[in-house]
Design a protein around this ligand. Structure first.
Ligand code: HAM
Length: 434
């Protein structure tokens, strides 16, 4: 371009939507490692991967989560598609997996896991996003409280596997169709008596969902409900026995837990055991790094034969915030370096062949392109983090050798016969393993 020429106008770049993020490498290596760790853990307990569409008919969430909930009432991404079907981006994974269970009727017990981008139109803050990733499990069939312990222990063991230590397991019981109406009546009577002390929105609407008042973070509601009746003191006999057995299970597995009478969770589908894992290392407003519970009525709500279930969702972004705060499972620890980087300054034929040969032998290899200079390719090899650069110049082609140049240790470049490169690289990698 001549001096004075103007650069052609480029369109304004477009950024990610508010509250949504790219995850690029090397940071994405930690995501991959965490998902693999989770998959290993839950597959080792008999859970198989479930992949459901990112969009569902909106009724799935209206029926399952409840129209009064914040997630459905205020935060869902809902739209009519070109055929006029009203669809929603999934705000969570449970309703979708249970919809799939009802649709395909697999034989229970049916245990599934998922990794699911989930969408909620929230006010973005650190740890609260409009798209977040959930790792979760859903187990359908047994009412056995030991299944609750199994599910909760999987989340517990996942945090431990990443190295997190400052995690508190909070539990509560939401009762069932037998005992919940009586408890709700009791709680409503309590709130009637304390109405004037509640925060303004709850003063006007506490009867819609009295449980939500327990969960309200305003100092007014907190103070007003200090002496509110506790659900676990008003459970029916079977729900009491269930909760007792779950707690015994935690003790048997050495899982410390606390009872949190305010833990009512935000969705209508919960029954009996509810739980949350809170990280002590991060901001209290976003410290829930996972949560879940039983939903013994959800399958029926979605049109299936009565089948109990339990599961959890773990927010991956928040888990990483907790990891960073605790200084564990760092981003760079997960990245696997390349074994070799092939440099060819003779036109590229040799690089094409050698790279393919090494990759087919199971080695991790990258190469330079575009016939760049030796200096520029060495720079790329350096930046790639590869252990070895394999250098091909005219001299190497003539002598049917490859220059073998260790990149991360001292060591001179030496010639290796072309036919021995795979074996040489393998033995080098074994001998320099930390
Ligand atoms: P949840 O508590 O709404 O439960 O979400 C599960 C986890 O996802 C939370 O503990 C948090 O770590 C993460 N999370 C939620 N919203 C956001 C957000 N806006 N930004 C970042 N992270 C977020 C559920 O979704 C239930 N489906 C869990 C479940 C499974 N219950 C039974 N089975």
């Amino acid at each position: 371009m001549e001096e004075g020429d103007r650069e052609p106008a480029r369109p304004e770049p477009i950024q990610t939507p508010k509250g949504m993020h790219d995850v690029l490498w090397p940071a994405s290596a930690r995501w991959e490692a965490a998902v693999s760790c989770f998959a290993r853990l839950v597959e080792g307990a008999g859970y198989g991967l479930a992949i459901t569409p990112i969009l569902e008919h909106v009724g799935i969430f209206h029926r399952g989560i409840g129209e009064e909930s914040d997630v459905v009432g205020k935060e869902m991404y809902t739209f009519a598609d070109r055929d006029g079907q009203v669809l929603a981006l999934r705000p969570e994974g449970t309703a979708s997996v249970v919809r799939a269970f009802v649709q395909h009727h697999p034989v229970p017990p049916w245990k599934s896991w998922y990794v699911a981008p989930s969408f909620r139109h929230e006010n973005p803050q650190h740890g609260r996003y409009r798209q977040h990733f959930q790792l979760g499990v859903e187990a359908l069939g047994p009412t056995d409280p030991d299944l609750d312990v199994e599910v909760i222990s999987l989340a517990h063991d996942f945090y431990a596997a990443l190295g997190l230590r400052d995690v508190t397991l909070k539990v509560n019981s939401m009762g069932d169709g037998e005992c919940r109406p009586a408890y709700l009546a009791l709680l409503t009577a309590f709130l009637d008596a304390h109405r004037d002390e509640l925060c303004a929105p709850h003063r006007a609407r506490y009867t819609d969902n009295p449980l939500r008042v327990l969960d309200c973070k305003t100092p007014e509601c907190r103070a007003a409900t200090e002496s509110a009746p506790h659900f676990i003191d008003h459970l029916c006999e079977p729900c009491t026995a269930h909760f007792q057995r779950v707690r015994e299970g935690f003790d048997a597995l050495g899982m410390t837990h606390v009872i949190d009478h305010r833990l009512v969770r935000g969705f209508d589908y919960y029954t009996r055991t509810t739980f949350e894992f809170a990280s002590g290392a991060i901001d209290a407003a976003q410290n829930a790094i996972g949560g879940g519970g039983r939903y013994d009525g959800l399958v029926e709500m979605l049109g299936g034969a009565p089948t109990p279930g339990i599961g959890f969702g773990i927010g991956l972004e928040r888990v990483f915030i907790a990891c960073d705060a605790e200084g564990v499972f760092p981003t760079d620890a997960a990245a696997v370096p390349l074994d070799a980087y092939v440099i060819d300054v003779t036109g590229g034929d040799e690089a094409r062949l050698l790279t393919a040969e090494l990759r087919r032998a199971g080695l991790r290899v990258d190469r330079g392109f575009d016939g760049r200079s030796m200096k520029s390719q060495i720079k790329s090899a350096d930046r790639s983090g590869a252990q070895v650069a394999l250098v091909i110049g005219t001299q190497e082609v003539a002598s049917n050798t490859v220059g073998f140049r260790p990149m991360l240790t001292d060591g001179e470049q030496r010639d290796v016969p072309r036919a021995d490169v795979v074996a040489e690289l393998r033995s080098y990698l074994i001998n320099t393993e930390p």
